[in-house]
Design a protein around this ligand. Structure first.
Ligand SMILES: *[C@@H]1O[C@H](CO)[C@@H](O)[C@H](O)[C@H]1NC(C)=O
Ligand SMILES: *[C@@H]1O[C@H](CO)[C@@H](O)[C@H](O)[C@H]1NC(C)=O
Ligand SMILES: *[C@@H]1O[C@H](CO)[C@@H](O)[C@H](O)[C@H]1NC(C)=O
Ligand SMILES: *[C@@H]1O[C@H](CO)[C@@H](O)[C@H](O)[C@H]1NC(C)=O
Ligand SMILES: *[C@@H]1O[C@H](CO)[C@@H](O)[C@H](O)[C@H]1NC(C)=O
Ligand SMILES: *[C@@H]1O[C@H](CO)[C@@H](O)[C@H](O)[C@H]1NC(C)=O
Length: 210
């Protein structure tokens, strides 16, 4: 009889674990600007949304995507370089820290959707460099901070860069190792969570039939 009394409690505990695992095991697609999208009106100099306040309502994690609903009158520039961000243009930008996402379409006003995966933790910057930086100067710009969350999902996880081998000889001691561009091997936590989820599901089934 004691066993049957304990069963509902056990069920609740297992259910809570399952819920927690399921809730944490998600990645979010953040539609930039919400329904208003990523647009600039060059007649009024107005952005379709206030991107900085939009950012304030979001939590960004590795493996999430930024979805830019826009058209070819705007660009999507991603940079890790605050100087480039502040300049609003990409003329002097370095290939290593600044990326342009676009549909490869040079027509004016053709609709496009750009999905940017968040693959690096920390602060990063987004802007449109169209109209020689005027769009950015008028608010087509925002920065976000990406947290670890679940880590990168396998679909976005790249093999780690080869281990750094110090150059022979004592001369180059000051040289710093290459900066890894994409996530580290430790960012496989998403897989673990999924595994845990199935373990908990199994426990739940066992409890049900116990
Ligand atoms: C998020 O966006 C990516 C890239 O477009 C897509 O592959 C994925 O299915 C989307 N996920 C959800 C939950 O909408
Ligand atoms: C820009 O704003 C003006 C004035 O509100 C409007 O007439 C025009 O249609 C807008 N242009 C675009 C491309 O949305
Ligand atoms: C838009 O901004 C540009 C400078 O960036 C300025 O020359 C122009 O007059 C502005 N137009 C309006 C409608 O404010
Ligand atoms: C942010 O969230 C608050 C409260 O949920 C809401 O009132 C506000 O409109 C939101 N702002 C944006 C830009 O979505
Ligand atoms: C940022 O980019 C500028 C060029 O816009 C470059 O001169 C500078 O070295 C970069 N900063 C870092 C920290 O890489
Ligand atoms: C795109 O830009 C062109 C040139 O500035 C303008 O004539 C057109 O109205 C814009 N279209 C949209 C949809 O914003």
């Amino acid at each position: 009889m004691a066993a049957t009394k304990a069963t509902p409690l056990r069920l609740i505990a297992v259910a809570l674990f399952v819920t927690a695992a399921a809730a944490a095991d998600t990645y979010t697609n953040h539609t930039v600007g919400g329904d208003a999208g990523w647009f600039f009106n060059s007649t009024t100099n107005k952005t379709s949304a206030d991107y900085r306040s939009w950012v304030g309502n979001q939590t960004f994690n590795l493996g999430d995507y930024l979805i830019f609903n826009t058209n070819t009158n705007q660009t999507v520039i991603q940079t890790y370089n605050k100087t480039t961000y502040g300049s609003c243009i990409t003329d002097d930008a370095l290939d290593t820290d600044t990326f342009q996402y676009d549909g490869g379409n040079n027509d004016f006003g053709s609709a496009m959707m750009i999905a940017v995966p968040l693959t690096i933790e920390g602060t990063q910057y987004y802007f449109s460099d169209a109209d020689d930086g005027e769009q950015c100067q008028h608010g087509m710009a925002f920065d976000i901070k990406v947290s670890h969350g679940l880590g990168l999902p396998p679909s976005l996880n790249q093999p780690p860069p080869p281990a750094y081998v110090p150059p022979p000889g004592p001369a180059d001691q000051g040289e710093s190792p290459p900066i890894p561009v994409v996530g580290t091997p430790s960012s496989n936590d998403g897989i673990m969570t999924t595994a845990n989820f199935f373990v908990f599901m199994l426990l739940l089934l066992i409890s049900l039939f116990a």
